[in-house]
Ligand binder design. Sequence first.
Ligand SMILES: N[C@@H](CCC(=O)N[C@@H](CS)C(=O)NCC(=O)O)C(=O)O
Length: 223
Amino acid sequence: MELIIGDKVWSTWSMRPWLALKHVGAPFTETLIHLRRDSHPTTHDAIVAAGSPAGLVPVLKDGGVTIWDSLAICEYLAEKFPTAKLWPTDPVARALGRSAAAEMHSGFSALRGEYAMDLALRTRVNVSAATAKDVRRIVALWSELLTRFGGPFLLGADWSIADAFYTPVATRLRSYGVALADHGDTGAARDYVARLLQTQEFLEWERGALEARSKTSSADDAD
Ligand SMILES: N[C@@H](CCC(=O)N[C@@H](CS)C(=O)NCC(=O)O)C(=O)O
């Protein structure tokens, strides 16, 4: 299998299936396409040439098949590797997990638009009213699932696609210094953020992101 991704420091949609693939443990090669068209004007052409009909990353190639959306890739992996339990076997837990992942995939536009993922960033902001609304909803959703299934992950004992989908949110909350207690959290959401940021898969992604960032900075310094 080959996974085509964007820069690890920024590309939230690439991170999700990458975490799922690492969790599954299947061998895969990784092809990186630099994003940010101002500095990489050929991004779109490179993604299309790599075989993405939508001109977006991530893309998974498996044999003759090309899958070009983060959620579709994760669903494919769940079906291809059932023993990895990327979704729980209980249909209710699975349906709630899919609802949570789909809500992330299609929603939270204020948080996503105003506070881009940047794994190297640490700051403190007063979030806008629109983002505060998104954060409050995320805290409520996480708290409800953590209570219902008993944690430590959203659907219970096993890390799932729902957790993959919210890991980039956890990085944004850390990067922008968002205090979840100001948005309805009684501690469960804060602890869940810490847990997502300590998984082996995320730490490996983060190491790759920061190494790439330091190489880019050294190259920029040399200009
Ligand atoms: N809904 C798509 C969204 C994919 C997406 O927006 N990818 C961004 C990178 S995170 C992209 O390819 N941007 C192309 C560009 O920056 O030119 C998915 O879930 O895969």
